[in-house]
Design a protein around this ligand. Structure first.
Ligand code: LMR
Length: 354
């Protein structure tokens, strides 16, 4: 580990050692005092501050999307809104960040859609079904259509406003041994981010899935807490996961998407003109993010290959088909969890581009 990386990890560890609930509560109390003392209408000169927290680095599709939103939000509101972006799990890890948003300690996030089940919304996990999206076009069509809208609306009841879906491409899968056939995963501990659908399809291949926070993944791989993981090229590259995984298979079996969300009370309480300007900024930031995701991931994959740190394998059409067949059975099992209708609607929407 380089000394810069060690120092960075040390700093992050120190932040994480602070007790999460206590930190969330302090931040909420402070935010509450500020709000009570100066509601939107009377804070004439003070900009409205949006804390936008996320877990990836700034040079990922999500990191760039958050910066684009900041730029446009501040521009369209003429400075009446200030967006503070906190990347790389600086403020909160995966599970804490949703809790922090619901409590109002931060106003915006963009978690992976596989992280909503713990707050009681399992339907998003339909997006984790293996090979459900034939390509990016199919993904964009589905998330912009009725399925995407109905998923975002489900967040309402949890004190969350669902604003948009941001793309981050397809998953690769890796370990320290080649993964050419589904049976190669037998007995391997594979990190997942939380989805029970991902848990099911990995178990179907004999793997032992384990939930680990994204910020702890590098170390978990490095120290052998888990043997492998699945993620997108941009996440491998920016978290340096390829440096602690000897073999990567560009399987494209799963898809990583984000739901951009806001604390509902905060969002609904914004002056209407400001909310409209922010919606415009979000629309444009979404188009921007979705337009760069493929290239960002292609560039990251090329950089991983060039690094020579990991052997990157592109499966043949026949091999991918073998994995697809091995995983099809998990659709049946997922029906009772995420809803038969959502799976059917997703399959219908994506079929056009197949
Ligand atoms: C993961 O935990 O693997 C991803 O959700 C991280 C991210 O936000 O891209």
């Amino acid at each position: 580990m380089s000394s810069a990386r060690a120092a960075d990890r040390g700093r992050r560890a120190a932040i994480f050692e602070a007790r999460p609930t206590l930190r969330v509560l302090c931040a909420v109390t402070l935010a509450g005092m500020l709000l009570l003392g100066a509601p939107f209408a009377t804070r004439a000169q003070q900009p409205i501050v949006i804390k936008f927290s996320h877990v990836t680095t700034p040079d990922t599709p999500k990191g760039k999307g958050a910066e684009k939103f900041k730029e446009l939000a501040e521009k369209y509101t003429g400075g009446k809104v200030r967006v503070e972006v906190y990347p790389n799990s600086q403020l909160y890890k995966d599970k804490e960040e949703i809790e922090a948003l619901q409590l109002g300690a931060v106003q915006m996030l963009a978690p992976s859609t596989s992280k909503f089940a713990p707050i009681g919304i399992k339907e998003f996990e339909a997006l984790d079904l293996p090979f459900i999206f034939p390509d990016e076009a199919g993904y964009l069509k589905a998330t912009k259509g009725p399925v995407g809208k109905s998923l975002l609306q489900r967040l309402d009841g949890k004190g969350i406003a669902g604003l948009a879906f941001w793309d981050n491409g397809f998953h690769m899968i890796s370990a320290n041994k080649p993964l050419r056939k589904p049976r190669d995963l037998q007995g391997l501990k594979i990190r997942i981010s939380g989805s029970k659908v991902a848990d099911a399809y990995l178990r179907a291949m004999g793997a032992l899935p384990q939930i680990i926070a994204f910020s702890e993944l590098y170390q978990a791989l490095q120290t052998g807490v888990v043997d492998g993981c699945e993620n997108t090229p941009s996440n491998y590259y920016t978290q340096k996961l390829h440096e602690v995984q000897k073999h990567i298979n560009v399987m494209n079996h799963g898809h990583l998407s984000y739901a951009v969300i806001a604390n509902k009370k905060f969002w609904d309480g914004l002056p209407a003109d400001i909310r409209a300007q922010l919606e415009k900024a979000m629309q444009e930031a979404t188009d921007y993010t979705n337009s760069i995701a493929s290239k960002e991931n292609a560039d990251a994959l090329a950089a991983i290959k060039a690094s020579g740190k990991s052997e990157v394998y592109e499966p043949t059409k026949e091999e991918r088909e073998e994995w697809r067949q091995a995983l099809l059975a998990t659709y049946k099992g997922a029906e009772s969890r995420v809803g038969k209708d959502i799976i059917a609607a997703l399959q219908k929407e994506t079929a056009v581009s197949q």
